[in-house]
Design a binder for this molecule. Structure first.
Ligand code: NDP
Ligand code: 2IT
Length: 465
């Protein structure tokens, strides 16, 4: 097992980074997604530490990989048959150097400590890139909303919030949605917080429009990701007009990615869920998208039904025995992975590249494995990593917080204009930072370094906390 003693000051920056990574693995065993997220950021920081020894002497890396606080709790609830059910709840308060903890809640059976730590870690850098004052956090539960009645989901959310409410607040920690947590869940969570605390405050984002929510927040992650892709294309004097686009997932992010792609003249041709993927050579137009929204948001059905409804479309079931995902073998100009982590492996990435993909913009968090990321960077395609490309969601959450503080609501046009401006500014930061640190075009380095610098400098200013 690697040593967990402090690396002596004066160690070569490269060895210091390796030591920190070994300590992360030793202290956080069996958390491969957390290791993957940390490794990617630390690799980018090799370029920074050579120029800025103060981050090493201030032990910023050891501090930034260590959550400020981990909260784990029991969530007991009754199902519709009167049986007792027990789930596990979590909130990771990762870093508050530049603002209150901010990040989503994920309800999915795969949720565990390592997955939430990877998400919370990424959130720190993403939130910094938005230019708004938000620290990083993430939470959730291994509760599976699939197949549960609205009443079961409500009882679960009330129990979850009964414990979580002790730890959050509008100036402390502001959760939002993520996989399995949408408008319905935020409503139940907000109602219970208000009842327990007797306070109507902006303690959650993604709220309903009549009770403190912001226009464009539901759309923001998907819209923002498409704006980011358009910014990347602009650097090669190109646009989304007429581009064939693969989109994975069929939830919040995927639906609004398809919507904005249609606005900008592109042709989205796929969607998926955990049961498989549909491919529609005619394109998913507005009418078909409205049908998908009804299928997924109201009926909570499976994407397979799309191929029954629209006869030209084909459905390919998910097959864990394959070494690749058939979705990523479809020829297209752009790919918008918008389902979940590690949904693109090395084989998928090389399939995309050999089919001539020009743009990959990540709507999901860490959808590409480390090898897949390397394949995209080596191929020098336009690759927008998640912490930059999907930051529009949390950025608009930041705008919701600002509106709540002022007790005002901006118009749809105002919020969309700000979102667009923020995505362009994130792209600029990533693009210019990649150049400054000697790796032009590498937006992975640009995002990791651009997000890191502001947080690291705030941590230095605030002393050893
Ligand atoms: P939703 O719950 O609305 O949709 C999730 C979609 O992904 C569903 O189609 C779901 O299929 C699919 N999916 C989830 N897990 C898996 C899996 N293990 N294998 C295959 N498919 C899977 O979530 P969102 O759209 O909000 O989130 C999608 C991604 O975007 C996540 O990575 C999330 O972290 C990220 N993100 C979300 C933001 C937001 O504002 N909502 C902001 C930034 C990033 P099924 O229904 O079968 O489970
Ligand atoms: O991953 C993410 O950025 C989100 N799920 C959105 C977080 C938020 O606070 O809006």
């Amino acid at each position: 097992m690697a040593s967990t003693t402090a690396t002596p000051l004066g160690t070569h920056p490269g060895d210091y980074i390796d030591d920190v990574m070994n300590q992360v693995k030793a202290k956080n065993p069996a958390e491969p997604e957390f290791h993957q997220a940390v490794q990617e950021v630390l690799d980018s920081l090799r370029l920074v530490l050579k120029r800025h020894p103060e981050y090493q002497s201030g032990r910023i890396l050891e501090r930034i990989v260590e959550p400020e606080r981990l909260i784990m709790f029991r969530v007991p609830w009754f199902d519709d048959h009167g049986a007792m059910r027990i789930n596990r709840g979590y909130r990771i308060e990762m870093n508050s150097a530049i603002g209150p903890y901010k990040g989503g809640l994920r309800f999915h059976p795969s949720v565990n400590l390592g997955i939430l730590k990877f998400l919370a870690f990424e959130q720190v850098f993403k939130n910094s890139l938005t230019t708004l004052m938000m620290g990083g956090g993430k939470g959730g539960s291994d509760f599976d909303p699939k197949g549960k009645s609205d009443n079961e989901v409500m009882r679960f959310c009330q129990s979850f919030m009964t414990e979580l409410s002790r730890h959050i607040g509008p100036d402390t920690d502001v959760p939002a949605g993520d996989i399995g947590v949408g408008g319905r869940e935020i409503g139940f969570l907000f109602g219970q917080y208000k009842r327990l605390r007797n306070e109507f405050t902006g303690v959650l984002t993604g709220k309903g429009l009549n009770w403190g929510g912001s226009l464009i927040r539901p759309e923001a992650t998907g819209y923002g990701c498409v704006y980011f892709a358009a910014e990347m294309l602009k650097t090669r004097k190109d646009s989304l007009d007429g581009k064939l686009c693969l989109v994975s997932g069929s939830g919040n992010v995927s639906q609004y990615t398809v919507e904005k792609l249609l606005d900008l003249g592109a042709k989205p041709i796929s969607l998926s869920d955990s049961s498989g993927a549909i491919f529609d050579p005619d394109g998913i137009d507005r009418e078909k998208l409205a049908w998908v929204k009804e299928l997924k948001n109201a009926r909570r059905g499976r994407i397979r039904e799309y191929a029954d409804r629209f006869k030209k479309a084909t459905f390919k079931p998910a097959d864990g025995a394959l070494d690749h995902n058939p979705l990523w073998t479809i020829k297209a100009d752009c790919a918008f992975p918008s389902a979940t982590q590690n949904e693109i492996n090395a084989k998928d990435a090389s399939n995309l590249v050999s089919n001539g993909v020009k743009v990959v913009a990540e709507g999901a968090n860490m959808p590409s494995s480390a090898d897949a990321t390397k394949t995209f960077l080596d191929a020098a395609i336009l690759y927008g990593p998640a912490k930059a490309a999907n930051a529009g969601g949390v950025a608009t959450s930041g705008l919701e917080m600002a509106q709540n503080s002022m007790r005002l609501s901006w118009t749809r046009e105002e919020v969309d204009k700000r979102l667009h401006g923020i995505m362009a500014s994130i792209h600029k930061t990533c693009f210019e930072t990649a150049e400054t640190y000697g790796t032009p075009g590498n937006l992975v380095n640009g995002a990791n370094i651009g997000g890191f610098l502001k947080v690291a400098n705030a941590m230095l200013d605030q002393g050893l906390v």
